[in-house]
Design a protein around this ligand. Structure first.
Ligand code: FES
Length: 214
């Protein structure tokens, strides 16, 4: 799909990724700036990546149910910086997206706007999406709109090996497409095969969620 990874396995970034990495939009540069933004913000979200341990912090301002502003800081890599920069542009462009529209943006949409990311860096684009969801939840809490909060709970799928739906999501984000690949990566179902149908269904769901781009 993208001419990103060479046949020799080298990595190449698109010009759009480089532009957003070298000049990230809506990036909070100093702690002083972060303090001011935090005070003026309507919601804040923090998300860590289980894949690499990097962290993303995002602040939003909401006006008339639209995303009026979206600022962020991260300890993430170049791909996370470029992806979050692009995400912050997408949710605020043309006067800002309605919250519900902004929540529909998937990592694949961000990657498309960046003209691609190396497959192994796909999980870096998910940090923005997740931190944003946290920030929206925080906004709903602060404005007493509790019925709108998305409290997605972690579910243990393999109770013997303690493998959760989040582990399956991580595997999908790292390119795992089949149950066989999932078993090789996580050992899920090694001691109790009863969990495999649910695991396969979740794997299909997360691949659809993150890669369909619809
Ligand atoms: S490797 Fe951690 S965010 Fe990219």
């Amino acid at each position: 799909m993208y001419d990103i990874e060479s046949k020799q396995g080298g990595w190449f970034y698109s010009q759009t990724v480089k532009d957003h990495f070298f000049e990230p939009k809506n990036f909070v540069k100093t702690q002083e700036e972060a303090k001011e933004i935090a005070q003026a913000s309507d919601g804040v979200g923090i998300e860590g990546s289980p894949a690499c341990g990097d962290v993303m912090k995002m602040w939003i301002k909401v006006k008339d149910n639209k995303i009026a502003d979206c600022k962020w800081q991260t300890f993430g890599c170049a791909s996370a910086i470029a992806a979050t920069s692009m995400f912050s542009v997408m949710v605020t462009e043309s006067g800002g997206l309605l919250i519900d529209e902004a929540l529909k943006i998937k990592p694949q949409n961000i990657v498309d706007r960046l003209d691609g990311l190396p497959a192994r860096k796909f999980h870096c684009s998910v940090l923005a999406d997740k931190a944003f969801r946290e920030a929206v939840n925080d906004y709903y809490k602060k404005t007493n709109q509790f019925d709108k909060i998305d409290e997605t709970k972690i579910k243990v799928v393999d109770k013997i090996l303690n493998i959760t739906d989040k582990d399956i999501e991580e595997a999908a984000l790292h390119g795992v497409k089949t149950l066989d690949e999932l078993q090789k990566r996580t050992k899920i179902g090694a001691q109790d095969k009863n969990c495999l149908p649910e695991a396969e269904e979740l794997l299909r769901y997360y691949n659809e969620k993150h890669f369909s781009g619809k």
